[in-house]
Design a protein around this ligand. Sequence first.
Ligand code: PEP
Ligand code: MG
Length: 891
Amino acid sequence: MENNFVFMFDQSESGMKELLGGKGANLAEMTRIGLPVPYGFTITTAACNAYYDAEKVISPEVESQVLQSLQVLEEKTDKKLGNPTNPLLVSVRSGAVHSMPGMMDTVLNLGMNDETVKGMAELTNNARFAYDSYRRFIQMFGNVVLDIENYFFEQQLEEIREEKGYQSDTELTAEDWKEVIEAFKSIVLKNTKRSFPQDPKEQLFLTIQAVFDSWNNKRAILYRRLHQIPGHLGTAVNIQSMVFGNMGEDSGTGVAFTRNPSTGESKLYGEYLINAQGEDVVAGIRTPQPIATLKDEMPDVYQQLVNTCQLLEDHYKDMQDIEFTVERGKLFILQTRTGKRTAQAAIRIAVEMVKEKIMDQREALLRVDPDQLNQLLHHRIDPEYKREKLAAGLPASPGAATGQVVFDADEADKLSKEGKKVILVRPETTPDDIHGIVAAQATVTSRGGMTSHAAVVARGMGKACICGCDSLKIHLDSKQFAVGDTTVNQGEIITIDGSTGEIFLGEIPMIEPELSDEFQLLLRWADEERKIGVRANADNPTDAAKALEFGAGGIGLCRTEHMFMDASRIPTVQSMILSETTTERKESLDQLLPMQQQDFEQIFETMQGHPITIRLLDPPLHEFMPDKEELLVDVTKLQITSPDSNELQEKQTLLRKVRLLEESNPMLGLRGCRLGMIHPEIYEMQILAIFQAMSNVMKKGITVKPEIMIPLVSHVNELKEMRELVIRISQHVQTETGLAFDYLIGTMIETPRAALTADQIAEEADFFSFGTNDLTQTTFGFSRDDAEGKFLQHYVDSDVLKRNPFVSLDQDGVGKLVENGVKLGKATNPALKTGICGEHGGEKESIQFCFDLGLEYVSCSPFRVPSARLAAAQSTIRSERKKSRKEPQYS
Ligand code: PEP
Ligand code: MG
């Protein structure tokens, strides 16, 4: 049977998004529900993949189906492609399964040539319009299909405008446009060595091919990487009969959101341009009018738009982003898609849609992306700090940022790679600037509205953005902008507030974020649903308090070495490490004991009875030591300047000891529980500090639930010995204080051997916490310190690995060890508690994986706790839905 590679809008069924792409599926759906959609057809993603499989050739099968569908379109519209008296014109647009706004190519007005333009002029009785449309087509086709730089066309237009003394394009007459067209055709001839193609079918197939090719352009690949969209999906192509927003003052084009994508407010939001075509709004070249004014300019169209928006939102049960065109007073809907929104808007929309009974709580929880929540946990400008603003534009994407001004995306990228914070300032951005927007802290444009490219892209990334700030006079040549008398040069610092649209000179203090009421409510719903605990990694009272504030159920990892790193403690820690006898070491440890004990007391008091997993010292000792290279330089200098000094002697001794501690593979060396095995006095001090702190806090009537964790165990005998040490010291303190302690002893599972012998290890452990940072390192054999910079990014870029395994758990490899570890551990110790405390504990896909394996909790940094709570709820809901789909349904 012949494959169906092309579907008319009214021929497909719902549930075909994979084939039709998001745009195609929605156009078909809108056609089915009777909305005024210009008719057309969709070439499927399968055709795109077949094109790539055939080394970029459109097969005869696809070609003939396109031609058949074109005939149907011609019959339905009663027009014909290329017919000089009654020409059909079409738009050709990309449309992938996942929306990738502005990343791929579009061509409008296809079908125009030297003959059809005359027919158009006659038919519309508007020669100016017809010739303007033709020149637009040559320009777009020239740029997208023939790969000619837009600059050549713009330059040419500018020259003709100047020659005629015009200020703007609206002054050009039909005769002027004819002149422009001839000039544009010469540009095509000069750049491609052939004339502009006059055959509309040739135009059509060349454009389809260009849209397929645009799936693999640089910016689309970067966008996919940023949003983890697989590269093999391909794009569909939508061919739709044209409607024109540039037919005069009763025509226009615009974008509408059914709710505000920045704040979530339930009010029609958007903008439009009168007498303009398709991409003018999104391209940000002219600053459009807010949608509310359409109510006065075209009341009937406005009302029809309001009704359509309502209908679409009810139908899709989500906020929609709609493109519309008004042709001589008649409304057409060109596209609808789920609107991209800020985290703040996502939460408000989800919560309000529950209140409006559009969806239930569980559905609302699934509508917010946990990754987006981090946007809300960032700093904002201190409102108490009064500073005069330099300028203000449209508040396109909320958040505050400080950085040095740059005017070029490549420069932004370069400086950010050097670790500098930059703010990208441009007249407008195009999809080619995306790497600059990614690299910058924030983006500011002087032109364009709330739906311009910069606004949409920045919002999607959760980056602050200000658009349409027209008081900014940007001079790209001299790399500066001016506002009134003030000039700001590249490299100067500015601060921007994307929530208010304000720009300030210099750096401005920021304040800590707070969780809005809606945010709190959504998280409470998440807690009602989730069946996996969320703890935080915290090792000081401030982080512990933050963890509780953000809703953590306890501390899943307290890294005690972080308590050693305080500047005031380093000398004592260093003398402890450099001790040459145990007695000497014990002296330093005696000094450290009260400090550690005090830290624990503060954390225990802060956590008020919540469980706290305390990990004994883990890193290689030389991490606390002075830098060897620096010592060497000092010694060499002193040997020349003061060869007999005490200082030289001291430095030489230090250097000798540092060399003694040095290891070739410190990550595989004397660290983790091996420290406790070789120098038990270090762990003894830490354990004593924990239990003495516990007794002091218990005496104040506060419950303390410590879980003492032994790191980097690879053999059960290590844990056995360390466990005996913990029990011995706890019994000693209990006898001394007369208190009874309730505590657990467990281990991290961070080496493949530990996971493989988890049944033996579990016999000595009350709990396992999977340290997936080290487990990833030891399973792959990739250094967690060096791999990213040396080769891992290349692996991810070239699809050797789908994701960076230090960010998202490698479920096939490391995940198998975790699964095995849980199964074996619970087999010999059914009461064993399990959790994860590697970085993966805060990542949504890894959380789903941990939930599916039956882990009791995940633990992550305090700022990731809210998003982990949401991801945990989503894991529970998704798994339950999957299970109920599998179970037989009885009526
Ligand atoms: C781990 O290895 O996953 C872990 C949590 O420990 P650390 O990152 O401190 O080595
Ligand atoms: Mg570790």
